[in-house]
Design a protein around this ligand. Structure first.
Ligand SMILES: Cc1cc2nc3c(=O)[nH]c(=O)nc-3n(C[C@H](O)[C@H](O)[C@H](O)COP(=O)(O)OP(=O)(O)OC[C@H]3O[C@@H](n4cnc5c(N)ncnc54)[C@H](O)[C@@H]3O)c2cc1C
Length: 373
C-alpha cells in the first residue's frame, strides 16, 4: 500500500510515523512546501489528557515532547488591573518548532519519505496512491480542489489576532484584558520554554480599525501593542516571526473523505485557539485514522470507520470552542464586570467547567465567586 500525505504539520507527521511504525513495508511519502526549520508562530499549549494518548501510540515521541514541556496548573486573569489566579488547570507549553523537529526525526528514523520544499499544487500525480491524506492546514488546497466531494463549511470570524513571542515569562495561561481609546484588547500568553512566551493579541474589527493597524508596518504594530500591554510586559519586547493580523477561520466539512482522499487536522476541523486544542485535535485525528486503517485494512472501510468514531468527539470540542470564540467576539459586553465575576465568566465560557468542577479545581477561587452572588 502506498500513502501520500500533503502537509508536514503535526497531523501529517504524526500520521506518517504511526503508519510506518506499524507497517514498515508500506511506502509513505509526505510532501511539505516549507523547509524542516520553517514554522509560523511560537509555542502551543496542551492539556494533560492529550499526553496519555501519545504515550500509548509512540512512547519515544511522547517522552521527547514531555521532556521539553513547561508546565503549570494556573490560569491568570488580568482585568481592571487586578490579577485573579485560578488553580487546578493543568497545561503544558512547548515551541511548535520543537514538536515538528521531534516528529520529523522520528519519521526519518522509521523510513517515511519526507519531501521538503515540495508544494503540491496539482493532486493529479498523487491520485495513483492508495490513500491520499490532506493534512495541509486551515487553507487546505486538497480540500478546495475537491470541494464538491468534501462540501466544506468555512466561516471567517470577525475578530483579528496576531501571534507574537516575547522574552517576558508568563507563568501560567495568562489572559490579559486592556482598554484604550481604540477599544478592547485581549492577550493570550504562556511560557513555552525557559526564556520565551507566546503572546497572542486579539481584538474586534472596530478596535482594529480605530487603532489604525491597516496602515502600520510590523515595527509600528509591535510598538503600539507593547504600549497597550506595557504594564504586563513590564517593558519587554514583542517578537515577530512573520507575524500578521489574521481572522480565525472555523472549518467544518460535511464529508470527511472523498474517494480515497481524507482530510486531517486543521484542514478537516478547527477549534478556536482560546481553548488551546488545535494541535491536540490534529494529533488525535491522526491516531483515529491510523486506528481505523489498522482495524479495517481496506481504505474505503477505514475512512468510514474513521469518520464514525471521530466526528462526535471533534464536533463536541468544536461546540465548546465556538462558545469560547463567541465570548471573545463579544468581549465588550463583559468588560464592565468586576475581576472575580469576570474571571468566573471566562472560566465557564465554553460550558466545559461548571460550579462543581470549579470547586474541585480551586475551592478558594470558587468561594470568592460564590461570595459575590
Ligand atoms: C494564533 C494561533 C495560536 C494557536 N495556539 C495553539 C495552542 O496553543 N495549542 C494548540 O494545540 N494549537 C494552537 N494553534 C493551532 C495549531 O497551530 C493548529 O491547529 C495545528 O498546527 C494543526 O496542525 P495541522 O498539521 O493540521 O496543520 P498545520 O500545522 O497548519 O500544518 C499544515 C502544513 O501543511 C503545509 N502545506 C500547506 N499547503 C501545502 C501544499 N499545497 N503543499 C505542501 N505542503 C502544504 C504547511 O506548510 C504546513 O506545514 C494555534 C493556531 C494559531 C493560528
Amino acid at each position: 500500500m502506498k500513502i501520500a500525505i500533503v502537509g508536514g504539520g503535526p497531523a501529517g507527521l504524526y500520521f506518517a510515523l504511526l503508519v510506518k511504525k506499524w507497517w514498515p513495508e508500506k511506502e509513505v511519502d509526505l510532501f511539505e512546501r516549507n523547509g524542516p526549520d520553517d514554522t509560523f508562530g511560537w509555542g502551543v499549549v496542551f492539556s494533560d489528557k492529550t499526553l496519555s494518548y501519545l504515550k500509548v501510540e509512540d512512547a519515544q515521541t511522547h517522552d521527547e515532547i514531555v521532556r521539553r514541556f513547561e508546565r503549570w496548573d494556573n490560569v491568570n486573569v488580568v482585568h481592571h488591573d487586578e490579577l485573579v489566579t485560578i488553580r487546578g488547570n493543568k497545561f503544558s507549553g512547548i515551541a511548535r518548532i520543537e514538536i515538528l523537529h521531534i516528529l520529523q526525526a522520528r519519521c526519518k528514523e522509521l523510513g517515511v519519505n519526507l519531501h521538503f520544499h515540495a508544494p503540491v499544487n496539482d493532486l493529479a500525480p498523487l491520485r495513483t496512491y492508495d490513500l491520499l491524506v490532506g493534512a495541509d492546514g486551515v487553507m487546505s488546497s486538497v480540500r478546495s480542489q475537491f470541494e464538491d466531494g468534501f462540501k466544506p463549511d468555512l466561516s471567517t470570524r470577525p475578530n483579528r489576532y496576531i501571534w507574537y513571542g516575547t522574552p517576558h515569562l508568563f507563568h501560567g495561561l495568562t489572559l490579559t484584558f486592556r482598554e484604550n481609546e481604540a477599544g478592547v484588547f485581549a492577550a493570550h500568553s504562556y511560557k513555552f520554554s525557559k526564556n520565551l512566551s507566546t503572546f497572542i493579541v486579539e481584538c474586534d474589527k472596530e478596535t482594529w480599525s480605530s487603532a489604525g493597524f491597516r496602515d502600520m508596518d510590523d515595527d509600528a504594530t509591535r510598538a503600539y501593542l507593547e504600549e497597550v500591554f506595557h504594564h504586563d510586559l513590564t517593558g519587554d519586547k514583542l517578537l515577530s516571526n512573520n507575524s500578521k493580523w489574521i481572522n480565525f477561520t472555523l472549518v467544518r466539512n460535511r464529508h470527511w473523505s472523498y474517494e480515497n482522499i481524507v482530510l486531517l487536522g486543521d484542514s478537516l476541523a478547527t477549534a478556536h485557539f482560546s481553548i488551546g486544542s488545535g494541535t491536540k485535535l490534529a494529533l488525535e485525528d491522526s491516531i483515529a485514522l491510523f486506528h481505523a486503517l489498522r482495524d479495517y485494512n481496506r481504505v474505503p472501510d477505514a475512512l468510514i470507520a474513521f469518520e464514525a468514531a471521530r466526528r462526535p468527539i471533534v464536533e463536541e470540542l468544536q461546540d465548546a470552542a465556538y462558545e469560547s470564540l463567541i465570548f471573545f467576539e463579544n468581549l465588550k459586553d463583559y468588560m464592565h464586570l468586576d475581576p472575580v465575576p469576570f474571571a468566573y465568566k471566562l472560566m465557564t465560557r465554553s460550558g466545559r467547567i461548571d460550579d462543581d468542577k470549579l470547586r474541585k479545581r480551586d475551592p478558594a477561587f470558587a468561594e470568592r465567586v460564590f461570595a459575590t452572588r
